[in-house]
Write a protein that binds this ligand. Structure first.
Ligand code: HSE
Length: 404
């Protein structure tokens, strides 16, 4: 019998307890022995909860109990999660977390403590919820040099963009609806400003390059400025707008960014709708692979956390080698990265075409009949730097997107 402690009894933590109970028999077979929750750490009280006897408020109850071999961290945020996880690893306990803020900021440090203590620190649920992307990168794709990872890694924003696309709703209205339905968090800034997706692409990039990727250095743009009119232009071009988190190999480093892109119909991520996530991976031997599923939600996320628990029970006597060092990856400036861009501008397409050509080079005019007094312009491939300089000077500019 393996005794587990769960730190944080919110949506995911309570989901973890439920998954362990619901699938108790099959999990026992897969782990090789039964797994039982001994403690649940939470500062809140849960009167009437069937697990009331398991609640503790002091981390020392877990740290000082040698019977607890595995700890689940589902508190969220960097502190006190970081201190608690560090203390658990130092006490020789295996830890799994769903906390992307913690992994993105402290992953290298916690992995190194785990290695030193010959235990494991796993975090499958920190990216893509229930989608097994981290284990895939860590075990199945080790023969490849990963040349690109591009994903829709945030369910809240994908839900909002899908609603703007399908119903022509405004960003603010859909966000409110998403909050009422419990998809978006009460404070949705991390989601809608792209910070959540940024941490996730930082984690995946660290895994493939083996170095610390500072998420604060990743160019990040959210979806707060996406309008139904922008989406109409996307539709006129047989495209849609999606928030992509992307990382591409560039010589001996990776270049990462998060931004809303206009995706063509043939793009593998075009058909990922609603709260679903998907991660596209291109390896130099594998070619293309896609991982698709629920990127959020109590049970899908808890499923990934519990799979880590099973993994740690199976490998309880050694460190399985998940590693990235604290050497920081030197990411290149975005300036040189090239894309085609879409520009939406006030004016008349016949009178102003020459002005756009002069600014961005030869391109294609796009019209949405319902939108008068403005037009769209699709550039050829130009660098981020060239584009930004020309866009800044452009009179009447309304919005712009990168094309993928
Ligand atoms: N807020 C996140 C999302 C939850 O919307 O995808 C999963 O990390």
């Amino acid at each position: 019998m393996v005794k587990v402690a769960v730190m944080g009894y919110g949506t995911i933590g309570s989901g973890v307890v439920k998954v362990l109970e619901t699938n108790c028999d099959s999990i026992t077979v897969k782990a090789g022995e039964p797994i039982e929750v001994k403690y649940i750490l939470d500062l809140k009280d849960f009167p009437g909860d069937p697990h009331e006897k398991l609640f503790v408020k002091d981390i020392n109850a877990i740290l000082n109990d040698p019977e607890v071999k595995v700890v689940v961290e589902t508190m969220g945020g960097v502190e006190p999660a970081h201190t608690f996880v560090k203390n658990c690893l130092e006490a020789g306990k295996h830890v799994t977390t769903s906390n992307k803020a913690l992994v993105a900021k402290c992953g290298a440090e916690l992995l190194s403590i785990a290695k030193e203590k010959n235990v494991n620190f796993l975090f499958e649920a920190s990216v893509g919820g229930g989608i097994p992307i981290i284990r895939a990168l860590q075990t199945s794709l080790t023969a490849d040099v990963v040349e690109e990872i591009t994903g829709i890694m945030n369910g809240t924003t994908n839900y909002i963009l899908t609603k703007i696309e399908q119903e022509g709703s405004d960003f603010a209205d859909v966000l409110k609806e998403a909050q009422e339905l419990g998809y978006a968090e009460a404070n949705p800034t991390d989601d809608v400003e792209g910070y959540d997706a940024c941490r996730k692409i930082a984690i995946l990039t660290s895994l493939v390059c083996g170095k610390y990727v500072d998420f604060e250095e990743i160019y990040t743009e959210g979806i707060t400025k996406v309008t139904p009119e922008d989406m109409q232009y996307a539709k006129a071009m047989k495209r849609t707008i999606k928030l992509l988190a992307t990382s591409r190999k560039a010589a001996d480093t990776y270049s990462a960014m998060v931004a809303p892109f206009m995706l063509e119909k043939e793009h593998p991520l075009y058909n990922v709708h609603g709260v679903f996530n998907a991660v596209f991976v291109h390896g130099n031997m594998l070619d293309d692979a896609m991982f698709y599923g629920r990127g959020a939600g109590a049970l899908p996320t808890a499923s990934a956390v519990v799979a880590d628990v099973v993994d740690m029970v199976r490998n309880s006597d050694h460190n399985t080698g998940t590693m990235w060092t604290d050497e920081k990856l030197a990411m290149p400036e975005l300036d040189a990265v090239r894309h085609a861009f879409f520009v939406r501008v006030k004016g008349d397409e016949n009178a102003d075409k020459a002005k756009l050509e002069e600014a961005f080079g030869k391109g294609v005019i796009v019209k949405v009949p319902a939108l008068s007094g403005e037009f769209g312009y699709v550039t050829g491939e130009i660098s981020e730097k060239e584009f930004a300089e020309a866009y800044e000077k452009l009179e009447g500019a309304i919005s712009r997107y990168r094309l993928a």
